[in-house]
Design a protein around this ligand. Sequence first.
Ligand code: PXG
Length: 464
Amino acid sequence: MRQITNHLPTAELQALDAAHHMHPFTTNEALARKGARIITRASGVYLTDSEGASIIDGMAGLWCVNIGYGRKELAQAAARQIEELPYYNTFFQTSHVPAIALAARIADLAPGDLNHVFFASSGSEANDTNIRLVRHYWALKGQPERSVIIARKNGYHGSTIGGASLGGMVPMHQQGNLPIPGIVHIDQPYWYLEGGDMTPEDFGLARARALEEKILEIGADRVGAFIAEPVQGAGGVIIPPASYWPEIQRIVDKYGILLIADEVITGFGRTGAWFGSQTFGIRPHIMTIAKGLSSGYAPIGGSIVCDEVAAVIASDEFNHGYTYSGHPVAAAVALENLRIMEDEGVVEHVRDVAHPHLAARWHALADHPLVGETTLVGMMGSLALTPVKGRRARFAGEQGAAGLITRERCFANNVIMRHVYDRMIIAPPLVMTPDEIDILIDRATKALDEAYAQLKAEGMLVAQ
Ligand code: PXG
């Protein structure tokens, strides 16, 4: 067998990658011409690539490596579990200790009466579970017609058919006839580009009331649930105005609709509390979790379900499950991750140390000539690139072109910061120290300077 290792030359690895590996959310033909950047190892908050560059990871992988890279305890937890019991299912009246312990631990951490966990291997799978849970719940309650789920435009809930349908990403819907029937979308609370002359508070209320309007349009007796991320992550770290969530909560309470908080990004410390629902005062019936549950060291996700919904579902066989639901190795890794988070006070570190330091540095970027606004909650933030200071303007050219140029400058300066159209976003590992935050922001500032110069030189600083 041919050995393909870290020691092969970059070009050879890139050629093999291009020949055999289909990348997600990528125009593979274009990537093949350019060659992927090959990441070979990582430690703490730094990645190393095959050319030896040391890159500070402002995205915690893909919003998931919350405790940072290279924690040996997690490797040991996985190795121990593989030796003891690498796999067993939980379908046919059996259980195992890692799934039991992790479910109990999650129930302890989750607010209110969210005491029951249905495991999956990803956020997408968990949201597929949620669709089936909601519909089965209402059927068991004698209201099978309550099957419509309301979601939001520009929300992200995953890439399976169910997850992509719940999501409100038009480019995803355009490929493959999505959404599936029974899922409808309302407008997002994105004040910066959609708020016009309204105050953020009034706009937040108006966008929340869009839920009530949609419920009345469909008929309250046909609506089963509303799903939303406490803060839209992949949509561009869109933090809703303070008026939004209380009004949403009032509306779901009034119509007796299930509220699903998709906490795949906001869960496990990202917003400075264990869950984003706590930061925003939301009381969901179901929470979607993944990513930070294991800090990305093993694929695991799930749905945390409240007492009442779990009791109704428990009254019948729920014909749903994945081979890897509650996978013992992933569960053992997640448990060890949660132990570290608790023992090392990672949530407190975010609240008392990392967020305040990052906030001071991040919001100072609002003075940069290319920046129209900065937003940050806990350790997730975004900035809007602007062609004209002082106006909430879009770029005249193709949406996202300025963002792409800025992301390329970030790559060149060894800092990972993503773009969503013309917003730049960060979600660094939660354990980042103030010194590391300074390095992140210094590199990001240099990238912004270079992007500004390039956009200016190319005549792209023109408002729509
Ligand atoms: N819900 C939310 C809120 C997410 O952010 C998922 C569900 C799906 O999880 P899985 O584990 O199936 O990917 C996510 C995932 C991006 C990006 O570009 C974001 C995600 C995934 C891939 C890319 O920001 N979030």
